[in-house]
Every structure is written in structure tokens, then in C-alpha cells.
Design a protein around this ligand. Structure first.
Ligand SMILES: [Zn+2]
Length: 255
């Protein structure tokens, strides 16, 4: 079986909020930090990127603190963004998809149901959904519809030997996690199925919920799939930067 290395790439942050943002309805009285990440999966074959981060244009518009263009960060791993051929989009929130234009030659892997919701369902135009959306990158994805640069997945699907997309709804209608075979066993890039490691350990979601029942089932699914609880990685935890081997500025090796 193919074995891969996983790198966490911090492209913005830290940001500070009430702890209740990261731990739903708890921790109101404490403040907590979060970073923004993409991930790089490297092995013998093609490199796979998980999530696209934020475009320089949107980062400027949102005045995103600590922002570094994901393409520049990837160059520190000797990866050229415009040569990347595979990008898994875990979900269609602005901080995970607005950088799609950075990967000009990539094929994007997205759950069909996630795509349908954000691009076709009128409910996605309502304020709480618009708040976490980015219309520019959604239009970019829409322009790829029907081409081989947009791959729609229906539920769990292996996309390469040792790399499997796993449907894990709750945070969004059809968020997908990515299970990766590493030398430590099966690791999971869970993206925002948890914002921080504590969400998995305490069986508690973040505050951005579309379906709490589905979310709890997603936790069961990811825990059952991973070789160890420590190998399930969250979407925004500063510990991914602080507690793992330093590779280059902004980049650590998770597994
Ligand atoms: Zn996020």
C-alpha cells in the first residue's frame, strides 16, 4: 500500500475569539486562538492538496491577519501550485475554497451534495450561509462544471491507493474528510469536522453547525476509521503548528 507524508500549511492567523466559537455553547468566558490551514499529501505519486485556502484578493478584502499566499507556502515544500493536479475540497466555506484559482491546472474533488447545496439550493443564499460563502470561487467552480477539472463524489470514495474521501456531514451538508495511509497508520484530515483537537476528544462540535445529529455520527465514523485518535486532525487548531516537527516557516509535518 502506498504510504504518504502529511504536511499542515498555515496560511493565516492566529485569530482570537471567544472559546465558544470553537466549542459550541461552552467556554464563553475564555478566549481561544485559531489558525487557517491547507494540507499537502506527498508520496511516490502525484501530490494531493487538501483545501485551497484563500485567494490573495479575498485575503486583502477581509484584511486577513498573518496571510501568506498558499502558492508561496507550497514553494517551501518544493511544490508548484500551478503544477498541482489534484485538490480535495473538504467543504465550500470561503476559508477552504476561495483559493481555487491558485491551482490553475488542478482537478477539484468535491462531494456532489455539498456542491449542489452551495451552488444550487436557494437556502444557501440566506444570510447565515452567505456569511461563510465566497461568490468568486463558487463562480470559478461553476465554470468547471461538466469538465474533467471538477470531480463530483457521491459518498466515500478512494481517489488514489491509500487516499480515501469520507463523507462526514454536520458542519456543512456534505463535508468530506480525507483518510490517508501513513507510516503511523491511517490518519484523517478531518478539516472542519472539528476546529480543534478537543472537539474530537470531548465529543463536542464547534459553533458552526448545520446538522448536529449527523455531526455526532461523523465523529463515530472518523474515530472508527483512524488508527489512533491522535491521528485525526482538525481544521483550525494552532497545535498543528506548535506541536509537530517544523519543516519550513508555516509548515509542519503531521504524519
Ligand atoms: Zn474552516
Amino acid at each position: 500500500m502506498a504510504v504518504y507524508q502529511i504536511y499542515a500549511i498555515k496560511y493565516a492567523g492566529p485569530f482570537t475569539s471567544s472559546g465558544a466559537f470553537l466549542m459550541w455553547h461552552k467556554d464563553w468566558e475564555i478566549t481561544a486562538k485559531r489558525n487557517y490551514y491547507i494540507w499537502c499529501i506527498k508520496g511516490a505519486g502525484d501530490t494531493v492538496i487538501v483545501d485551497a485556502g484563500v485567494s490573495p484578493m479575498l485575503a486583502k478584502k477581509r484584511n486577513l491577519a498573518g496571510y501568506v499566499n498558499p502558492a508561496e507556502l507550497l514553494s517551501r515544500l518544493d511544490v508548484k501550485a500551478d503544477e498541482i493536479r489534484h485538490v480535495v475540497l473538504t467543504h465550500i466555506h470561503w476559508d477552504h475554497t476561495s483559493g481555487v484559482g491558485i491551482f490553475a491546472n488542478a482537478r477539484f474533488y468535491v462531494q456532489n451534495e455539498e456542491y449542489r447545496f452551495w451552488l444550487k439550493d436557494p437556502i444557501a443564499n440566506r444570510p447565515p450561509f452567505q456569511y461563510v460563502s465566497d461568490s468568486v470561487s463558487q463562480a470559478y467552480l461553476a465554470s468547471l462544471e461538466g469538465t474533467n477539472r471538477l470531480v463530483m463524489l457521491n459518498g466515500d470514495q478512494k481517489i488514489f491507493p491509500g487516499i480515501e474521501c469520507l463523507l462526514a456531514p454536520g458542519h456543512t451538508p456534505a463535508l468530506q474528510a480525507v483518510a490517508v495511509n501513513t507510516e503511523k497508520g491511517t490518519a484523517i484530515l478531518g478539516s472542519d469536522c472539528a476546529h480543534i483537537f478537543r472537539n474530537y476528544r470531548e465529543d463536542w462540535p464547534s459553533s458552526l453547525i448545520v446538522d448536529l445529529v449527523a455531526w455526532m455520527k461523523s465523529y463515530d465514523k472518523l474515530r472508527a476509521k483512524a488508527s489512533d485518535l491522535d491521528l485525526i486532525f482538525p481544521g483550525h487548531d494552532p497545535l498543528m503548528t506548535e506541536n509537530y516537527p517544523f519543516v519550513a516557516q508555516g509548515i509542519t509535518k503531521l504524519a
